[in-house]
Design a protein around this ligand. Structure first.
Ligand SMILES: Nc1ncnc2c1ncn2[C@@H]1O[C@H](COP(=O)(O)OP(=O)(O)OP(=O)(O)O)[C@@H](O)[C@H]1O
Length: 365
């Protein structure tokens, strides 16, 4: 798939922007704080339906304005698409797919698939479990609308439950919440386990290639309720909430469940979070990100768009080369601060955009 054109109005530091992209490599070059990441954010919004920086819709509207508009058209195997978003300070966002208003966000998931890779992702192994859970959730949200719905529901119920726990309440409402959490939570856990299985197989192969066969990567999903069937996970999860209620009341929050799960990544058999060097951790993060692309290809039959935000300078030459060599059939958007950073690489087809203070000029085609 690819995005042909992007138009944004009052989005971050852009008042009015319309750009046509190349099918292959698109390079956005500019100094810091000019608006490169903002373009990637708009592109990623098409697939994730939210900001990858964790900002709310209201925060991506240009300061001093009430509304922002994003429109993109592009092509997939099944045909062309036009996606439009109208974000407002006062009301819910409006979405249109091919000119038709969409009421349920789940209906537009999968129109655009995107994978974003930023310097934070290089810390995927080092940072806290929430970063690794987000890595899995972002992918599953795009691939399974039901997952997105259940995860949202789960998070809402956890908040309600935590509100009661803070007041040291243990009543029938808690029991209703535990039932709901086990229903949503079991679906989340089962899907994560299946995803990790695929990720494990693909990343093993990629990681061997990137490290010239020197390193073996393996990945495990860390949960309290590992099981094979939805029914079993649901029952165990329900029991887990019940068993921990006294502890939860003491702490004032729900201490067990999929919202606390994690990924453990092993390199050559040892836990990479504690024992791998920074370079090894970055390489593993690269393998996981590239695996994410392959999983989307496997599930949808097409490569997603790939957004590389400022990652070249964070990788050594070998990893840079490996990354760029892997991009042959993938529409890629790469941000850099200077063209010198990539002059050592040869690209057949590329389009360069100069980004300056919320404006963009095509440099060469
Ligand atoms: N809601 C907003 N309205 C207007 N401007 C905004 C908004 N949010 C961020 N900005 C501005 O956008 C600019 C940052 O853009 P962006 O993050 O795309 O930079 P960048 O070119 O990727 O820089 P770097 O190379 O440092 O990552 C900053 O000048 C910031 O003040």
């Amino acid at each position: 798939m690819y995005v042909k054109e992007l138009e944004v109005i009052n989005f971050r530091n852009y008042s009015n922007l319309k750009i046509e992209f190349a099918k292959g490599l698109n390079i956005l070059v500019g100094e810091n704080a000019q608006g490169k990441t903002n373009v990637l954010e708009a592109l990623n919004y098409l697939g994730a339906l939210k900001s990858h920086r964790g900002n709310k819709d209201k925060e991506i509207i240009k300061w001093g304005k009430n509304k922002a508009y994003i429109r993109a058209n592009g092509s997939r195997n099944i045909g062309d698409f036009t996606l439009e978003f109208l974000l407002s300070l006062e009301s819910k966002k409006e979405i249109k797919l091919n000119g038709i208003k969409i009421n349920k966000t789940s209906e537009v998931f999968g129109t655009v698939n995107s994978v974003i890779f930023s310097p934070e992702d290089l810390r995927l192994l080092k940072d806290g479990p929430d970063v690794r859970r987000r890595f899995i959730d972002n992918e599953l949200n795009q691939l399974k609308p039901k997952y997105h719905h259940y995860l949202n529901q789960y998070n809402k119920v956890i908040q309600e439950r935590n509100n009661l726990l803070k007041q040291r309440v243990n009543n029938t409402l808690i029991d209703i919440y535990d039932e709901q959490l086990s229903e949503f939570g079991s679906f989340i856990i089962l899907n994560r386990i299946e995803f990790i299985k695929k990720l494990s197989i693909i990343s093993k192969l990629l990681h061997r290639k990137i490290t010239n066969g020197k390193e073996e990567i393996s990945i495990q999903y860390k949960t309290d309720v590992k099981d094979v069937s939805l029914k079993d996970i649901k029952e165990k999860l329900y029991r887990l909430y019940k068993e921990n209620i006294a502890e939860d009341i003491k702490k004032g929050y729900t201490s067990k469940g999929p919202h606390r799960d994690d990924l453990i990544i092993f390199i050559n058999g040892v836990d990479a979070k504690s024992y791998a060097s920074q370079g090894q951790q970055r390489t593993a993060a690269l393998s996981l990100k590239l695996s994410e692309i392959e999983i989307i290809k496997g599930e949808t039959g097409e490569y997603p768009i790939l957004l590389l935000d400022d990652v070249m300078s964070e990788l050594d030459l070998i990893r840079q080369k490996y990354l760029l060599d892997s991009l042959k059939d993938i529409q890629t958007f790469l941000t850099i601060t200077s063209l010198n950073d990539i002059e050592k690489f040869n690209f057949d087809k590329k389009r360069v955009f100069e980004v300056y203070n919320g404006t963009i000029n095509v440099k060469e085609i």
